[in-house]
Design a protein around this ligand. Sequence first.
Ligand SMILES: Nc1ncnc2c1ncn2[C@@H]1O[C@H](COP(=O)(O)OP(=O)(O)OP(=O)(O)O)[C@@H](O)[C@H]1O
Length: 203
Amino acid sequence: QVIVNGPRPLVLCGPSGSGKSTLLKRLFAEFPDKFGFSVSHTTRRPREGEQDAVHYYFVSRPDMEQAIANDEFIETAEFTGNLYGTSKMAVRGIQSQGRVCILDIEQKGVEQIKRTDLNPILIFNNPPSIDELERRLRKRGSETEETLRKRLNAAEVEIAYGLTPGNFHKIINNVDIDVAYEEFRDFVVEELKQQEAQGVHFN
Ligand SMILES: Nc1ncnc2c1ncn2[C@@H]1O[C@H](COP(=O)(O)OP(=O)(O)OP(=O)(O)O)[C@@H](O)[C@H]1O
């Protein structure tokens, strides 16, 4: 029996610098209405022009801590004294619009989402090597020596997890970006076709 909840969420996981944002940007450009990003929660104060439930769900720390204790979050993180997180409710909100909710999450989030009933499609974006990751991150110019080291150290563990059979439904070997994108896109399109055949309604 297939219980139809809307499209399955799509998880894209991979080391920092492996090219996740690049793949997702292309996917959104090619299919502007099919996908959606969930709205995150945060305990930080809204900036000028930021709207609740649009840019973030702005919540107090006690409320967010309570919600985390109630197991309402897939992934949480603390940056510069504020909590951030992706809630199961936010993912369901995207599904109920008939859109595929895209989640760009780390290993811990993947482990956590597997324990929910969200039934995600799990894709791992595998870089050619740690050396190539380093080249990409240096070229992007986003990192200090310290954050670069941290990201590269984390990458080894993440790749081992990503390549372990059974952890993901699909591994994209992201060498050439055009080839990688085509493989990613074809896999996703095929997935959506299968869901449609099972009666899932898409936007
Ligand atoms: N296949 C590729 N070959 C070469 N360079 C690439 C490739 N894919 C992405 N890049 C470049 O590498 C850098 C990192 O890519 P991107 O920002 O998409 O990674 P990411 O996985 O989203 O990283 P983060 O998790 O840190 O956000 C970018 O400058 C991007 O232009």
